[in-house]
Structure formats: structure tokens, C-alpha cells
Design a protein around this ligand. Structure first.
Ligand code: PMV
Length: 335
């Protein structure tokens, strides 16, 4: 029996679109900061039949949809196939039981798939360790098979999902750019709406290439943005990080909104909060950046000196749920 713990991450350069939907091989590199919370814990153990159970913070069991269970089943099959390619055949038994304990409050609107699949990868890695000790790179490949962004949560601090090349199971992985002690950044999460996303990111990725702006987006990331973001992080240049992160976020939403069919993840409240933070920044020169993933939630990332001002701004947003996080250590085995 092996139990791991992991957390979500917030992307500065967004992963949107695949060169293989089936294998979740990204079209371009991406980059994120791993958060210290909320946490997810997953136990993997040998069982007679495949099973997945999920429990909420209060200990109550969450009824999983057939669609969720089959995603787990498919991911485990893919993980087994990948393990075979690296010489760990049969390291994972044919049937396993997966127990998920999520501390992600349902109202937070923080994507849980990155936390869940990085956690599953780490637990699986613990399971196969007696046969083969996996490297973080190999663990990130396992995580990617569940959700592309999950590959980045294997590491603490700041990490990239590399584009890689080829169409094999192991053709794209994550790398750490700097660990969690490098730069203390906070992510004050402002959640304006509680409705569930209509189109999940798995289906969303498949639409990316229908936008006439997608090609330019990929080109901009490959040729410039990813590098600018890495430089900003390594030199702790917040202004540079702000510029490239906001540019990339708005560009991703432009691609989403111009795809066929269009995907509108942001709502009026998102735009209102973004305009208000821009106004505050101009007026008070506070170092803070905004970014949004596939939902209306606004992430306000800032260094320590701006934390209190950003928190008071967030708390003043009527009807919003606020969640305070900071850069975190990434996935780990706990038992
Ligand atoms: O890992 P997925 O398939 O859930 O995709 C994540 C997509 C975004 O959150 C919008 C961007 C990102 O890089 O995290």
C-alpha cells in the first residue's frame, strides 16, 4: 500500500492543445508554480478488482460518475504500458484499488486534475519502487498520462512541461526550473462563481487548433514566451513575469473564444476583477499579476511585500470565495 500527497499548480505559460490527444502530448511547452495547498492524498493498493473511491474533507464519500472511473481505469492502463517500455513490466498489479482523499473545497474552483494525477503518479511510483526506482522525470510522464498539467505538480517550486518530440508514451515530461525556496510568491485565488465548467479541459484541448490564432500562439510560446518566463523566474524579475504571464493568459482565452465551437470560460465577474486589479496596480504600484485557467477564477500572484494589499483587495470583492496559497513543495510519498 502506498500513499502520496500532492497539490495543484498555477500556469504562467498555459498548456492548451495537444499533438496527440490520446497520449496528452502537448503542442508547446508550458510553465507553472506548484502551490502548497489545497492537498489531495491518494492510496494505491493491490485489489481483486479495479476500484476507485473518493472522500471529501469531512470524510463523506463522493459518488464518482462512471466517466470519472473510466478515466482512472484508462490512465492506469496507460501507466502500465509506459512502465513496460522502461522495463518495469508487471510492477503494477493487474487490478488496483485507488482511494482519493481530497482537501480541495468544492467552492474553490481550483482545477483538481493536476493535483489528483500527480498524486496518483507518485503513489504508483511508490508501488513500483521495489522493481524500479523511477526518476522525477519518469514520474512526470506517468502524471501527464492522466492530465498534462499534472506533470508539473510532481516538482515543487517552478516547473515546465516540455514539448518534447515524437509520439511515444514517454515523449514529453516536466522539468524543475527552480525549487520552492527560490522565490516566495503567493497566489491569492478569487473565485467568483461556483458553477461547474461546461467543457472540461480534455475536450477543450481538442478544439484549440480550430482557432485561427492557435498557430501564432504556439509560435510565440516556442520562440519567446517560455524563455522570457524562465528568465523572469530565475532573475526574480516580477515585472517581466507579470508581462509575459498576462500576455499568455489573455492569448489563451482569445484562442478559446475563437475556436469552433467557441469556449467562454471567463465571465463578467472575471473581467470586473481583472479591471479592478489593473486600476489598483496603476494607482498604488503594487506588484501583482492576474491569470485565469479554464474557468472564471482569478489567480492573483504576488511577492511577499504585496500580500496584505492583495488579500484586502480580494476580500473586498463581494460574493467571491478567497483562498490563500503560496509556492509549494510538490508531490511526495507519505506512507
Ligand atoms: O491538464 P489539463 O488537461 O487539465 O489542462 C490544463 C489547462 C489549463 O489549466 C487551462 C492550463 C495549464 O497549463 O494548466
Amino acid at each position: 500500500m502506498n500513499t502520496a500527497r500532492s497539490t495543484p499548480n498555477i500556469a504562467f505559460i498555459k498548456y492548451w492543445g495537444n499533438r496527440s490527444e490520446e497520449l496528452r502530448l502537448p503542442m508547446a511547452p508550458s510553465l507553472s508554480m506548484t502551490l502548497d495547498q489545497p492537498t489531495v492524498e491518494i492510496t494505491v493498493e493491490e485489489a481483486e478488482t479495479f476500484a476507485v473511491r473518493s472522500f471529501l474533507t469531512d470524510g463523506s464519500e463522493k459518488a464518482l460518475k462512471e466517466k470519472d472511473i473510466s478515466r482512472f481505469r484508462k490512465v492506469i492502463t496507460r501507466m502500465q504500458q509506459y512502465l513496460e517500455t522502461i522495463g518495469a513490466d508487471c510492477a503494477l498489479p493487474a487490478s488496483i484499488a485507488i482511494t482519493v482523499r481530497s482537501h480541495i473545497p468544492p467552492a474553490i474552483g481550483l482545477a483538481s486534475s493536476a493535483a489528483v494525477f500527480s498524486c496518483l503518479a507518485k503513489a504508483v511510483s511508490g508501488f513500483v519502487a521495489p522493481t524500479l526506482k523511477l526518476s522525477p522525470k519518469q514520474e512526470s510522464i506517468l502524471a501527464r498520462l492522466g492530465s498534462g498539467s499534472a506533470a508539473r505538480s510532481i516538482y515543487g517550486g517552478f516547473s515546465s512541461l516540455e514539448e518534447g518530440s515524437g509520439l511515444e508514451l514517454g515523449s514529453a515530461w516536466s522539468e524543475q526550473i527552480a525549487d520552492e525556496r527560490h522565490w516566495l510568491l503567493y497566489d491569492i485565488v478569487v473565485v467568483p462563481a461556483m458553477e461547474e465548467k461546461k467543457v472540461g479541459s480534455t475536450e477543450g484541448h481538442a478544439l484549440a487548433s480550430t482557432s485561427p490564432f492557435y498557430k501564432d500562439r504556439i509560435e510565440a510560446i516556442r520562440s519567446r514566451r517560455q524563455k522570457e518566463c524562465i528568465d523572469a523566474i530565475l532573475s526574480k524579475d516580477f515585472e517581466k513575469l507579470q508581462r509575459v504571464t498576462e500576455e499568455d493568459c489573455l492569448d489563451m482565452h482569445h484562442v478559446m473564444e475563437t475556436s469552433t465551437p467557441p469556449l467562454h470560460y471567463l465571465n463578467e465577474e472575471t473581467h470586473r476583477i481583472v479591471n479592478a486589479i489593473r486600476a489598483l496596480r496603476t494607482k498604488e504600484h503594487i506588484p501583482v499579476l492576474f491569470t485565469m485557467d479554464a474557468g472564471p477564477t482569478v489567480h492573483l500572484v504576488c511577492p511577499e511585500e504585496a500580500k496584505n494589499a492583495v488579500l484586502s483587495f480580494a476580500k473586498a470583492q463581494k460574493g467571491c470565495t478567497i483562498f490563500e496559497t503560496k509556492v509549494g513543495p510538490g508531490a511526495s510519498l507519505i506512507e
